[in-house]
Design a protein around this ligand. Structure first.
Ligand SMILES: *[C@@H]1O[C@H](CO)[C@@H](O)[C@H](O)[C@H]1NC(C)=O
Length: 320
C-alpha cells in the first residue's frame, strides 16, 4: 500500500521523458517569435491583429507558430511562411480559435498532438504543403471541424485513424495528392460530409476503391467535377470516370467478411488446434495404459508367481 501511494505522488521517469519534447518545442517556437516589435498583449508580436480577432501573420517568413496566442484570436492567418513542422501543442493558448490557415509553408511534419487544444476550430487549411503522411489521431481533437483542406500535398495514403471521427466535417479536399485509393473506414467516420474534392489523384479502380465509388453514387455532384475523377489503372478502366463504376464493375471482388464471420474464422483455428491436441493426448494415454497393462501381464506375471508361491509349487515343496 505504501509503495503504491509513493508511486502515484512521484512523476514516473517515463512520463517526464514523454513530456520533455513538448517543452523543448515550446521554447523553440517562443524563440522564433520573439523577434520583432512588441505587440499588444492579445496579439502575437510578429502579426497584425484586427478588432474581430483576426491575427494576420501571413507572408512574414516565420519559421514557427508565433508565441503569445491568446483566447482573443479567432482566426490565425499563417499562410505563406516557413513553418516546416508542427510540434505537440503548437497552438496552446488559442483554444477558441475558429479558423487556421497554414497554406504554403513547406510543412512536412505534423505531430500527432499538434492540434490539441483546438477543440473549437471550424476551418483548417493545410493545402499546398509537403505532407507525405499523417499520424493516427492527428485531427481527432478537432471535434468542431467543418472544413479541412489537404489539397496539393504528397499524400500517398490517408489512414482513417488520422482523421478519426469528425462528426461535423462538411467539406474535405484531398485533391492534387498521390492517393491511389481511400481506405474503406475513412468515409464511415464522417457522417456530415457533403463536399469531397478528389481530382488530381492517380485513382486505381480496383476492389479497394469500391467504398469510395458507392459513396460517390450516393452523393451525386455537379457534372464538371464528376468528369475529372478518372481511373488511371487498371488498363481496361483507364480514363473511366469513377462515378460510372457501378456495383457490377466490382462483381469480381470478394465480399468482405462480416465481423461475426471473421470472429468464427479466427476462433476456429485455435479451437481446432486445442481439440486435436486433446484428442492426441487422450489417445496416447489410452495406448500407454494398454501397453503397461500388457507388460505387467507378460513380464511381472511369472515374477509375481515366483515371489508368492502357491501351496503346490516347487518352492513350497523345498521349504517343507
Ligand atoms: C495580411 O497581411 C498582408 C501583408 O502582410 C496583406 O497582404 C494581406 O492582405 C492581409 N490579409 C488580410 C486577410 O487582411
Amino acid at each position: 500500500m505504501r509503495s503504491l501511494s509513493s508511486l502515484s505522488r512521484r512523476p514516473s521517469p517515463m512520463l517526464l521523458l514523454l513530456l520533455s519534447p513538448w517543452s523543448v518545442w515550446a521554447q523553440l517556437s517562443a524563440a522564433a517569435a520573439s523577434s520583432g516589435t512588441p505587440g499588444t498583449p492579445d496579439c502575437p508580436e510578429a502579426c497584425a491583429c484586427a478588432p474581430g480577432g483576426q491575427a494576420n501573420c501571413s507572408r512574414r517568413a516565420l519559421p514557427a507558430v508565433p508565441a503569445g496566442l491568446s483566447r482573443r484570436v479567432r482566426a490565425l492567418l499563417l499562410d505563406h511562411n516557413r513553418v516546416r513542422a508542427l510540434p505537440p501543442g503548437a497552438f496552446v493558448g488559442a483554444d477558441t480559435l475558429l479558423r487556421l490557415d497554414l497554406r504554403e509553408n513547406g510543412l512536412r511534419w505534423v505531430h500527432a498532438r499538434a492540434f490539441w487544444s483546438l477543440g473549437a476550430l471550424q476551418q483548417l487549411d493545410l493545402s499546398a504543403n509537403q505532407l507525405e503522411a499523417l499520424a493516427p489521431g492527428t485531427f481527432s481533437p478537432l471535434r468542431a471541424l467543418r472544413s479541412l483542406s489537404l489539397a496539393g500535398n504528397r499524400l500517398a495514403r490517408l489512414e482513417p485513424a488520422a482523421l478519426g471521427a469528425l462528426p461535423l466535417l462538411y467539406a474535405l479536399s484531398l485533391q492534387d495528392n498521390e492517393l491511389p485509393a481511400l481506405a474503406p473506414g475513412l468515409l464511415a467516420g464522417l457522417p456530415a460530409l457533403r463536399a469531397l474534392r478528389l481530382r488530381g489523384n492517380p485513382w486505381v479502380c480496383g476492389c479497394a476503391l469500391r467504398p469510395l465509388c458507392s459513396w460517390l453514387r450516393r452523393h451525386p455532384r455537379p457534372a464538371p467535377e464528376a468528369e475529372t475523377l478518372l481511373c488511371v489503372l487498371p488498363g481496361r478502366l483507364t480514363l473511366r470516370p469513377l462515378t460510372a463504376l457501378t456495383d457490377a464493375a466490382f462483381s469480381h471482388c470478394a465480399q468482405r467478411l462480416a465481423p461475426r464471420d471473421l470472429a468464427v474464422v479466427y476462433a476456429l483455428g485455435p479451437v481446432s488446434f486445442l481439440a486435436s491436441l486433446a484428442a492426441c493426448l487422450a489417445l496416447g494415454s489410452v495406448l500407454t495404459a494398454c501397453r503397461t497393462r500388457r507388460w505387467r501381464a507378460t513380464a511381472l506375471g511369472p515374477l509375481r508367481r515366483a515371489l508368492d508361491p502357491g501351496p503346490g509349487s516347487p518352492a513350497a515343496a523345498a521349504q517343507d
